[in-house]
Design a protein. Sequence first.
Length: 375
Amino acid sequence: MQFLLNPGWEGRQHEGSWHLVLSRLTVLLFALGIAATAVAQTGMAWPEADELFHSDPRWLGADAAFSIDLGQGRVLWMFNDTFVARKPGDDRSHCAFVRNTVAIQPGYDPSHATIKFYWRTRRGSPSEMFPSEGPVWMWPGSGIRIGNRLLLFSQRVASDSAKDSLGFKSVGWNAYWVTNPDEEPNRWKLRIATEVSDTTLIMASAALREDGFVDHFGQSEPEHHLYMARLSIENFAKGKLSPLQWWSDTGWQTDSSKRSPVLRNAGTETSMQRDPGGMGFIEVNSEGFGASTIVMRRARNLEGPWSPPKMIYRPPESDAPDAFVYAGKSHPELKGADLILTYVANGPDGKVAKDTSLYFPRFVKVELHSWEPTQ
C-alpha cells in the first residue's frame, strides 16, 4: 500500500501537520492490525506429507485417520474401512476390504517421516485389527496414552438397509485398554474396557488430558452435537473407565442423562486440541455433506462458549460434481505447521476402485493468526 503525500511538501510545514500525518498513519496501521486478526485462518495442501500414505504397496487407502501420540517420537494412526492388497501389485478391485487398520509413524513431521501399516491375517486373508463381533464391526476413533496405558475408542457399526441410509448404523461404542503399547500393534493385548449399547452417543472423537482428568468428547446421533465426559487420572492409571462425569449446564454430573452439549452441529467426526499459541482450545471438523469445507472454532475453555465456525480450507475435491468429502480433523502431535489437518475424499464405488487420487487421507497445513477467544 502506498501513502501519497502532498508533492509540494518539503518539510517546511508546521510541526503539527507532521504530527497529524503520524497520528493518521498510526490509526490506519491499528485498523489494519485489527483486520489482520479478523482474517479467517487459511490452509494449504501439503503434497509432500500426502506421500506418507502412499508408501506401502499393499495398503491402498482408507478413511477416518485418527492419530495418537505414543511418545518417544511415535504416532499411532487408526483407520476405518481399508483397501488391503493380498499381494503387492494388486489393485483395489482385487483387494480385501478390511474394516479397520492401524499404522505407526516414527517422527512427528509427516513430510519427512516413515510409516508402517498393520492388519491381522485370518484364514490367509487380511483382516481387521479390532475384531468384529458377528455382524457388528469396529470403526476406531480417538484415544490417549498416559504412562504405560493406552486407551482406544471405537464405534460399533452394523449394516442398515433402511431407506435413505448410507448402508450402516451405529450400535454403541467400545473402549479398549492396550497393556503393551510399546509393542508392535500386531502383538497388542486388547482388553475391552466397556461396551455401551446407547446408540445415541458415540465416544470418542477426541481425548486429551487437562487438570487431573482425561476429557473425552463424543457425538450424538443423528444430530452430531458434541458432549464432554471426564475420567480422573487416578482411575485411568488403575485401568478403570468409570465413573465418568458428564458436563451439563449446571456443572459436572455422573448421571449421563443430564449431560448437555458443549458444541452443536459439529459434524460426524471432529478433533479437539490445545491452541498452540496458548489461547485456549481449537476444534476442527468438516462442515456440510457431500461437498464440504473444513472449519475451525476456538474457545477459552473446553466446555465453551465456542466461537462461530470459520472456514480454514475448502478441499478441491468438493468442487467435483459427485463430491463426497469428510473426516476433517487436526493432529496436534504432528510438526511442520501451526495446525496440521487431514481429510478424505470419497466417491462412487466404481470410481474409487480405479481412481487412487481418492480415498487416501490428505494433509493440509495451516498458519494461525492471532485471535481473542470468546469470553
